[in-house]
Structures are given as C-alpha cells and as structure tokens.
Design a protein around this ligand. Structure first.
Ligand SMILES: Nc1ncnc2c1ncn2[C@@H]1O[C@H](COP(=O)(O)OP(=O)(O)OP(=O)(O)O)[C@@H](O)[C@H]1O
Ligand SMILES: [Mg+2]
Length: 367
C-alpha cells in the first residue's frame, strides 16, 4: 500500500505549535525526509536563532500544503550534518505493506522469568529492521510494559472497551520506534464482558491490522483461560523459561495444556538467563526429550538469552538494553532471535504469516 497523499512530503512547509504549560510558540519548518514512522524536519528558526525545541516536547503540526493537522512529539534532535528535528507521525498516517500482521504471544509458566523484558527488547530489535512493531500489554496481573518503558499512558484498553476512546487514540510511541497498546484492566474481564464491550475490543484490535507488521503480546504467566486463549489466538507462541527446575516444570505445564487443544500449536521455546550456549543446548535437549516422550506437541527451540548484568541495570533505569547496551551479550542474543523470526518464510523458524489473529481471537473468546 502506498503512503496516503496527506502524508507530508519533503519540501512541504509545516507550522508547528509548541504546546507547553509555560508558553505557546508557533514556528515554521520544512520537511527534509519522511519514513513510515517519522518526519525529519529542519530546526525551526525564531528571531534569527535556532529554536532549540527539546526531545519529548509535544507539538501540534499543520501541513501548509494540504491543511492536515496532527498531534506529534519531538523524538530526536541533531545538529549534524545540519540542525534538524525528528517528529513522530500519528499512526493513522501510514499502513503496513502486507496483508496482515504476524502475531506472537510471549508466555511462561512461572512469573518473573523475563517475559516483559524480552518482549520489549525483541520488539525494538525487530523495529530496527524497519518493521512496524506493536506490543499489546495483556498481562492482567502485573501489566508493566509501560512502566519498564517509562511511559505514562493516560488511556488503556479499558477506555476502549467502555466507549471513552478509540483504539488508535490509546496507542503510545515507545523508544526505538515501537508502539504500545496499554492493556490496563481492559482485558481483565474478558469472560464476563458484555457482548457490546467484547465487540468494541475486537473491532479496536482489528483496526491494528492495517498498521502493524508484527504484534507481540505479553500475556502474563500461568494457566488462566485468558492467558491460554490469547496465546492460542496468535500465529505463534513463545514459551519463555529460565533453566531453573521450577520454571521448567511450569513451562511444561503450559505445554501440556497446549497439547490438549484441538488445534495444537507448535510453540517456540526460548531459554532466558542461561550461563552459556552449552547450557542452552543441554537444557533445551532435556525439555524436548520429555515433551517427545509424554506429549504430542512439536516444540521449536528458538534460542537463548544469556544472563547479563546489563539487563537489570537497564531495567532499573527504565531504558531498554537493546538501545542503551546494543553490544551487550543479551542484546546480541535478542538480535539473533529476531533475525530467525524474520528470516525468509521458507526458513524453519520464521514467523508464519497470512493467519487471521482477529478471527481467531473472536472464535476463542466467543461464548
Ligand atoms: N537475561 C537476563 N539477565 C539478567 N537478568 C534478567 C534477564 N532477563 C530478565 N532479567 C531480570 O528478571 C527480572 C524479571 O523480568 P521481567 O519483569 O521481564 O519478567 P516477567 O516474566 O515479565 O515477570 P512477570 O511474570 O512478573 O510479568 C527483572 O528484574 C529483569 O531485570
Ligand atoms: Mg511481565
């Protein structure tokens, strides 16, 4: 799908209104380049001096060529090769190029094994390859994607369900060019929702279809019906575990439930916090052996993430390690997993496409 014609083009002049509690200033700027997510614009000049609008400043933007107005934010500022700002485009401005997104659910048996950290950093790794990646925070117990990303979303799926907002209004831009759909308590009561609320949720999620290349769902841990159904509605499930015996036993419990389904998925297995590739080989082989013996489920080992002090360090600072420690061992491991998932479709580990998540979710949650 080509970019809509209201998308600001290089050479277009924009009027920027800086909205701050302290002042309201109006500037002009020229579009230098555009991509799917951002516009790079010349640094506005005010009274002969560069207006040093800082990163994070909210702005209202009007394109003088076609009169289109949208809310945006300065996401980057640089002075080489010339002074320029990067501002984000609203999600409505662009569409993905393929038929439908690939949906991956990240789940675990035991809590605290690193799902949210993994989801966020994998999303950033995939976004760095030019994919438009969304995270749906569907962890009902401890929804914390926004916390780890230092985002303060004002609205979440609860507002969508209750008719206060549309889905596109609640999406927040995260670091590294990813998008987050804050779950809040919006998914808590799927089983008890009124039909019209459930329909609003589905229609909302369905509207993501035209914008997303990849959707990662942080499902939360455990075996609740919601977790299992979310996992089953995805194209693929990633079961994350650490090499600890407790975590492995709980991961096996999830595999057992998946094995009991009519349409058996073939989940990926990722080991987090391993000491070495050797440990990964040994532990994953053991898991596969047990699954092979007792279940009729095909598990695909996808990779591992090394135990790495950069992970808790960056989590404490609320900064994804993929951005702040791109060469750390954990970042390299995540990039390797992202590359396998995005490998050409014929490769064994690439995410399958052409699967309708939204129909599947409807089918699984319909009562
Ligand atoms: N590869 C790693 N190396 C070191 N520490 C890690 C690694 N991965 C995760 N951690 C640490 O494990 C802790 C739990 O991570 P995280 O919150 O992502 O887990 P979770 O599975 O989402 O938890 P919950 O089930 O509560 O949602 C964090 O303190 C994180 O820093
Ligand atoms: Mg979590």
């Amino acid at each position: 799908m080509s970019a809509p014609n209201y998308m600001p083009q290089p050479g277009d002049i924009l009027v920027l209104t800086v909205v701050s509690p302290l002042y309201r200033n109006i500037y002009k700027s020229e579009v230098l380049t555009n991509d799917k997510n951002n516009l790079i614009i010349s640094m506005p000049v005010s009274e002969g001096k560069l207006a040093l609008i800082s990163v994070g400043t909210p702005i209202e933007v009007t394109c003088t060529r076609n009169g289109y107005t949208f809310s945006s934010e300065v996401t980057d500022r640089s002075f080489t090769p010339n002074a320029r700002l990067t501002i984000c485009l609203p999600i409505q401005y662009s569409s993905n190029d393929n038929k439908g997104p690939s949906v991956l659910a990240i789940t675990s048996g035991k809590g605290g094994v690193g799902k949210t950290t993994f989801t966020i950093n994998l999303a950033i790794s995939m976004a760095q390859t030019g994919k438009r990646v969304f995270i749906i925070d569907a962890d009902l117990g401890t929804a914390n994607v926004d916390i780890l990303l230092n985002l303060q979303p004002k609205f979440n799926l609860n507002h969508v369900v209750n008719r206060e907002k549309e889905l596109l209004d609640i999406i927040v831009h995260g670091p590294g060019g990813i998008f987050v759909v804050p779950g809040g308590s919006g998914l808590q009561n799927l089983a008890n929702m009124e039909q019209w609320q459930f329909n609003r949720l589905l229609t909302g999620l369905q509207s993501l279809e035209q914008y997303a290349d990849i959707i990662l769902i942080d499902t939360g841990a455990g075996l609740s019906k919601n977790v299992i159904n979310f996992a089953l509605s995805a194209n693929k499930i990633i079961i994350l575990t650490t090499p600890e015996p407790h975590a492995i036993t709980d991961a096996y419990a999830i595999m057992k439930v998946l094995d009991e389904q009519r349409d058996k998925p073939s989940p990926y297995l990722v080991l987090n916090r391993v000491e070495s590739a050797k440990e990964y080989d040994a532990v994953s082989e053991k898991i596969l052996h047990v699954v092979d013996r007792f279940l009729d489920l095909k598990i695909q080992p996808l990779g591992y993430i090394l135990e790495d002090p950069a992970v808790p360090k960056s989590n404490r600072k609320l900064e994804p390690f993929m951005l702040h420690y791109p060469d750390a061992p954990a970042s390299r491991c995540i990039n390797a997993i992202g590359a396998k998932l995005l490998s050409p479709e014929k490769e064994a580990l690439s995410i399958p496409t052409g699967y309708n998540f939204f129909n599947k979710i409807k089918e699984l949650f319909s009562r």
